[in-house]
Design a protein around this ligand. Structure first.
Ligand SMILES: Cc1cc2nc3c(=O)[nH]c(=O)nc-3n(C[C@H](O)[C@H](O)[C@H](O)COP(=O)(O)OP(=O)(O)OC[C@H]3O[C@@H](n4cnc5c(N)ncnc54)[C@H](O)[C@@H]3O)c2cc1C
Length: 298
């Protein structure tokens, strides 16, 4: 069993980025019987959000020193996604692959990834784990918080900017995207940061890195080598979520209706729209009767 090089020779931050190989969304097909995404023969890409997470880690390494390790749980073909990350500039790559991981839901996925991070953390104490906000296939945004909970890390989700990191004072300040706007959060290292799209511009990767990526070793671990203590908590067996049916939603039937209203004040515009809606849905008027919305009846 091989391990990534020791961190002692690289002061700075030990940064770990979780990346997932996903089907190229334009080509997604669902298996009619198992209700799972058919991955064989479908072009794959690195989950776009994870590329922003990787770029952010590379920027932190360039600024504070240290190392960037990319980690993925997936079938052997996920090595491709890790090589892409090495080609962009990651220092080390670890693939955890095992038939026992198949069919994992987010609980089982975060368990397997947290186990591998614990094992890696023994060699390189974790300063920060970075993930994408979500994947474009499962789309649950649950794995990042699941890993943070399992490793006891501070979790900073939906991060739109990392404003300050102080490796010595173990401090971090981020801007987080939230419904009401932007929150500025101060927290402590080690932490997990899940990033939103567009917080940076993903670099192309220097030629030297692309060449190195082609030859570099991708450390490949089974569940046992990754330090998974209880294989029953992995894969389909470890997944309380049962995907009943995956299907493409039927396209909406109703057409949008254009309301042509010119030279009217906004309130009159609102009245005209309300008129149209209530004419088409008379029952709605009764329902609204108790609420704040009233039709201005002459
Ligand atoms: C259509 C569909 C619907 C699904 N619905 C559910 C559901 O409702 N509940 C459920 O529990 N599972 C669901 N799954 C399974 C789920 O996709 C897998 O558990 C998956 O491994 C992780 O969930 P996610 O894709 O939603 O990741 P998210 O939580 O959206 O991913 C967030 C981040 O975690 C990291 N990450 C996620 N997966 C990996 C990985 N394998 N390796 C490395 N890093 C990773 C990445 O940085 C990613 O950006 C669904 C799968 C599909 C295809």
């Amino acid at each position: 069993m091989t391990r990534p090089p020791h961190a002692a020779d690289r002061p700075g931050l030990n940064l770990f980025v979780c990346i997932k190989q996903v089907p190229d969304s334009a080509q997604i097909r669902v298996h009619p019987v198992t209700n799972t995404i058919m991955r064989q023969g479908v072009p794959t890409i690195v989950n776009p959000y994870d590329l922003f997470a990787l770029e952010e880690a590379l920027r932190l390494r360039d600024e504070y020193g240290g190392s960037v390790t990319v980690l993925s749980m997936g079938p052997p073909m996920a090595e491709e996604a890790l090589r892409r990350a090495l080609g962009i500039g990651a220092d080390h790559a670890v693939l955890i692959t095992d038939r026992r991981f198949a069919g994992a839901d987010t609980l089982a996925t975060s368990y397997a990834l947290a186990s591998a991070l614990t094992t890696l953390g023994r060699e390189q104490p974790i300063d920060m784990v970075l993930t994408g906000k979500q994947t474009i296939d499962g789309d649950t945004a649950q794995v990042g918080p699941g890993i943070a909970r399992r490793l006891g890390l501070e979790q900073l989700t939906y991060v739109a900017a990392i404003d300050r990191v102080d490796p010595l004072r173990r401090e971090i300040v981020v801007r987080r995207r939230s419904e009401g706007g932007v929150q500025v959060l101060a927290s402590r290292l080690p932490c997990l940061v899940s990033v939103v799209e567009g917080l940076n511009e993903v670099r192309r990767g220097a030629v030297a890195d692309v060449l190195r990526a082609a030859r570099a070793e991708v450390v490949t671990w089974s569940a046992t080598e990754a330090g998974v203590e209880d294989p029953m908590r992995c894969g389909l067996r470890g997944s309380p979520t049962v995907v009943r049916r995956v299907f493409a939603p039927s396209p909406r039937q109703e057409r949008a209706q254009m309301v042509a209203v010119t030279g009217k004040r906004p309130s009159q515009l609102a009245d005209a729209v309300l008129d149209l809606v209530l004419t088409q849905q008379p029952k709605l008027e009764a329902a609204l009767a108790d609420g704040p919305v009233r039709r201005n009846r002459p």
